[in-house]
Design a protein around this ligand. Structure first.
Ligand code: GRG
Length: 299
């Protein structure tokens, strides 16, 4: 059985691997237009927990996926995530000045550049998934493209963001809040996990459904924890402005359930997620450890 130290070493090695992959696929700042490419690299490289690519690598271990393929799929997901952060920070959305411990993209560059950075990162993600072979079967690769597109679009992350923006100053019921978070945050986390698994051998239907359930639970748990951290952690630890939800009068798990109940909910989702992995044995060890990291993290 892997130890905590093993997990830290595994995570660090895979964070480095995804950093190298992202370095390689992002256009060089010398390539025209240099300012846009510089801004894309600024938004993506050098920081971020890389939780989504780590989930892809961990899920890939279940299906004995080639890590080189998972690195491409994980990079695609991270590019979508980075694009969402750049757009989310724009004045027309959350209007924030700090991200990943440094000035947001539109502050460091300008708004128009930040808008284009998001657009270009999103396109690059789909270019990667169509340019490189990430699955033996072309039909599976197409399925992967569809999965990431659906998770990013109006019935996934972008839709969740629309609900989030409309909810400012409003109150949401628990089911409405859950719907928003499953879309805004959960969809991409689910996609990362499933894409990692799709890079390897095909899972039988029951195992696929179990992995999907794990991914959904952990995607929602991620956001519940994010809501709690927004109230409990400080700006320096988070690398983004703490207390933003309250400042913007946004409904969150903390405002709807309270802190203690939110923590209980996150713990329950972790239990559910771990139970879904029971049949996978040692191959799912990294996924179990990531579930723990996501729920117990302090940043
Ligand atoms: C603009 C279409 C569009 C969507 C934006 C994901 C998102 C939707 C907005 C990000 C703002 C936010 C605080 C979302 C909630 C949770 C979340 C995704 C936090 C950031 O993810 P981490 O903690 O960040 O994985 P790092 O920097 O570690 O990658």
């Amino acid at each position: 059985m892997a130890t905590t130290t093993d997990f830290k070493a595994w995570a660090a090695a895979h964070q480095q691997r995804i950093e190298t992959q992202l370095q390689a696929v992002l256009p060089s700042p010398e390539v025209a237009p240099p300012r846009l490419h510089q801004a894309m690299r600024y938004a993506v490289l050098g920081s971020g927990k890389r939780v989504r690519p780590l989930l892809a690598f961990a899920a890939g271990e279940i299906t004995s996926a080639d890590p080189a393929r998972v690195a491409i799929a994980g990079a695609a997901v991270e590019l979508i995530h980075a694009y969402s952060l750049v757009h989310d920070d724009l004045p027309c959305m959350d209007d924030d000045v700090l991200r990943r411990g440094k000035p947001t993209c539109h502050v460091e560059f300008d708004e128009a550049t930040a808008l284009l950075v998001g657009d270009a990162l999103q396109s690059l993600a789909f270019q990667l998934l169509s340019e490189y072979r990430v699955a033996d079967d072309t039909a599976v690769q197409l399925e992967m493209l569809k999965l990431l597109a659906a998770a990013s679009g109006s019935r996934g992350m972008a839709g969740g963001q629309a609900i989030d923006l409309a909810a400012v100053g409003a109150s949401l019921s628990l089911p409405e809040l859950e719907f928003m978070h499953i879309h805004k945050t959960g969809a991409i986390i689910r996609a990362a996990t499933l894409l990692g698994a799709h890079c390897g051998s095909r899972l039988e239907e029951r195992a696929q459904a179990k992995l999907d359930h794990f991914a959904k639970c952990i995607g929602l748990a991620f956001q519940v924890v994010d809501d709690v951290l927004d109230t409990e952690a400080n700006t320096a630890t988070l690398g983004k402005t703490a207390g933003k939800d309250a400042q913007q009068n946004k409904p969150t798990y903390v405002t709807v359930l309270g802190t203690a109940e939110s923590k209980k909910l996150a713990a329950g989702l972790r239990e559910d997620a771990l139970a879904a992995l029971e049949g996978f044995g040692g191959r799912a060890q990294r996924l179990r450890e990531l579930a723990d990291f996501i729920v117990l993290r302090k940043f």
